[in-house]
Design a protein around this ligand. Structure first.
Ligand SMILES: Cc1ncc(C[n+]2csc(CCOP(=O)(O)OP(=O)(O)O)c2C)c(N)n1
Length: 633
């Protein structure tokens, strides 16, 4: 797998992207293997999106071979599959820094390379962006090609259809390359996925012929006229069900399905497609994880993977870690426990069954589990519909992806006061996936909506209690928790309901108060403990609720203690600290000095979670430093 020696020579010869155009078919195939080796080596050390990137190595080479990038504009959907693209477009020598602090990003980033046309990380944006770019180029009178590469999973997003609807009617010459590996993160879902599958296997036509033959057999007297009529019918129906007819009807020329690992054939077809002057969709069949046995066998596990041993395919980290469950696992277990007792509890995920901890739930309650595809907006309104009929939907979505369902939460859930529970995973810093994936906005967007209860647990035990509270209260609720392991605290046997809008004092103190929420409570409490050794007496409060705030506790604190620090892993604007300041302003507590710790008006780069907490002053040290500064004032 890693025998570079002689083979590496081809990639070493590629100093500029255009050098690949001098390679013959055999050399291009060797190049693909060399690129694969580098991707596997690097991801095994740094973690990353392995299976998707391995699946498009040949396709990436073919696209760059045929099109004149960066003059021609190449836009990737999601962007997690762009490792070969990065290696070919001037980043091979820095590829070992992938996803590391200060290193290259795991996603296309316009600040990183002129070959990255559009920043991306969320699914379903490519055809819209490509349409806009094609439109602009047309307005400027520039004859360039715009190419969008989108996976079959991303064909489940609503935005994709908004874009196809638009692009098909505008008739601009954009090329949509549909990279079909039949997988989202898990196997793809929905009617479009089934349609693509029929295109791949040619099943529609075969089935149609069988149906027609069966029909004819059932007719006792088949005269000349009848045979003629039947043939005509077969022909016209065949035309109707011809491959890609759905796309053709929407204004795209459909080409495919093509074998996605044959560079020579891909190049030939793309050379032809290049001459089209109207929208075209090229349907390419690839294998997720191609070229690395373990990823081919288990593409879901190798979709996004932490460092692993190349020879065994096993993760490197987990063996060494003490067995502390993740927040995700505690969520999954608690929901299962409660679902066993309450048949009205149902679970909704948007293509992240594993990631959100719902795999066991899906197994035990297949009828009460819904994977709606990469369709967060639909998922939320679907849950609202379920709730109108007495169900208690638990919608488990990562903080960053729920952003696109703001209006559905507001208009479809909160406005009708429906008891939908938002279990918001990966909130706060997510680490190496970086700026497109951090969950730093949900306090702000959730807090702004009437009727919703917004909470965040300080540890995994409190998470189970908050989930119980959410299920019991009959209102829209948001519970957010971070990526990664819990704090390792003992778990109570049974989850219990908490009093809504009630925080807790964890440590008494007099000189100042630190009011923290969610993942910031632990570092705040340890900071308070250490500050005691420096003769600074600190009250440490776990706010628990971002909305409704524990107004009594907070105002009493503000009346007694005039120096207060709030801590949250969220943007400061409209977040928890803002809520405290608004409360103090409302109550006339103008003599309290409040320092809000959180994220300023910016997007946060990629680095490990601990590094980011340190960099943004949200770890124990950062909180202590802020406290010392405040005491010195
Ligand atoms: C809006 C949104 N929701 C969820 C995700 C998480 N996610 C990343 S990749 C992926 C699957 C994408 O499948 P596909 O487009 O077929 O690409 P493949 O990985 O199969 O190449 C999902 C669900 C996301 N990036 N964006």
């Amino acid at each position: 797998m890693t025998d570079n020696g002689k083979k590496q020579s081809i990639l070493n010869r590629i100093n500029k992207l255009k050098d690949i155009k001098t390679l013959d078919s055999t050399e291009l195939n060797i190049l693909a293997e060399e690129i694969r080796t580098i991707i596997i080596d690097t991801v095994s050390q740094n973690g990353g999106h392995l299976a998707s990137s391995l699946g498009v190595v040949e396709l990436t080479i073919a696209i760059h071979y045929v099109f004149d990038t960066p003059r021609d504009k190449l836009i990737w959907d999601v962007g997690h599959q762009t490792y070969a693209h990065k290696i070919l477009t001037g980043r091979k020598n820095r590829f070992h820094t992938l996803r590391r602090k200060g290193g290259i990003s795991g996603f296309p980033n316009t600040a990183e390379s002129i070959y990255d046309t559009f920043n991306v990380g969320h699914s379903g944006t490519s055809i819209s962006a490509a349409s806009g770019i094609a439109e602009a180029k047309c307005l400027m009178g520039e004859d360039v090609k715009t190419i969008a590469v989108i996976g079959d999973g991303s064909m489940t997003t609503g935005m994709t259809y908004e874009a196809i609807n638009w692009a098909g009617s505008r008739g601009k010459n954009i090329v949509v390359i549909l990279n079909d590996n039949e997988m989202s993160i898990s196997p793809n879902v929905g009617a479009i996925s089934a349609y693509l599958n029929r295109l791949m296997t040619g099943q529609t036509i075969t089935q149609l012929k069988l149906d027609i033959k069966r029909l004819m057999k059932n007719i006792p007297l088949v005269g000349e006229q009848m045979i003629k009529f039947t043939r005509q019918m077969e022909e016209s129906l065949k035309a109707f069900f011809a491959p890609g007819i759905l796309f053709e009807e929407l204004g795209f020329t459909y080409v495919g399905p093509l074998e996605g690992h044959r560079i020579d054939r891909l190049i030939k077809t793309l050379e032809n497609v290049k001459n089209f002057q109207s929208p075209v969709i090229v349907h390419v069949i690839t294998k997720k994880g191609k070229g690395y046995r373990y990823a081919e066998e288990n593409p879901a596990a190798f979709h996004g993977i932490s460092p692993f041993n190349i020879d065994t395919g096993k993760p490197l980290l987990t063996d060494k870690l003490p067995p502390i469950p993740s927040y995700t696992e505690i969520f999954g277990k608690t929901i299962m426990k409660m679902a066993r007792e309450n048949p009205r509890i149902v679970a909704v995920t948007a293509a992240m069954c594993d990631g959100t901890g719902l795999t066991q739930f899906a197994r035990e309650f297949p009828k009460r589990f819904y994977d709606v595809g990469i369709a967060e907006q639909h998922g939320v309104t679907f849950a609202a519909g379920l709730a109108t009929e007495g169900m208690i939907p638990v919608v488990a979505i990562y903080s960053t992806f729920l952003q696109r369902a703001y209006d559905q939460i507001l208009h479809d859930v909160c406005l009708q006061k429906l008891p939908v529970i938002f279990a918001i995973d990966r909130a706060g810093f997510v680490g190496e996936d970086g700026q497109t994936h951090h969950g730093l906005f949900d306090y702000t967007y959730m807090r702004s909506m009437p009727h919703i209860i917004v909470m965040a647990p300080k540890d995994e035990n409190e998470l189970q209690h908050m989930l119980k509270t959410a299920i019991s209260c009959g209102k829209p609720v948001s519970v957010r928790y971070p990526r990664g392991r819990g704090a390792g605290v003992p778990m109570d046997d049974e989850p219990v309901s908490l009093e809504i809008g009630k925080g807790e004092i964890i440590m008494e103190g007099e000189d100042m108060a630190i009011i923290a929420v969610g993942s910031c409570v632990q570092p705040a409490v340890s900071a308070a403990r250490k500050l005691k050794d420096e003769n600074i007496s600190v009250m440490a409060i776990n706010a628990r609720f971002i909305k409704p705030l524990d107004e009594k506790l907070l105002c009493n604190t503000g009346r007694l203690i005039k120096k207060i620090i709030t801590v949250e892993e969220n943007v400061l604007m409209g977040g928890f600290g803002s809520a405290v300041l608004e409360l103090f302003a409302k109550e006339g507590l103008s003599d309290v000095t409040v320092k809000t710790l959180g994220i300023g008006d910016m997007f946060v780069e990629h680095a490990a979670q601990e590094e980011l907490r340190r960099m943004y002053g949200l770890d124990e040290e950062g909180i202590m430093a802020a406290a010392r500064t405040m005491i010195a004032m």
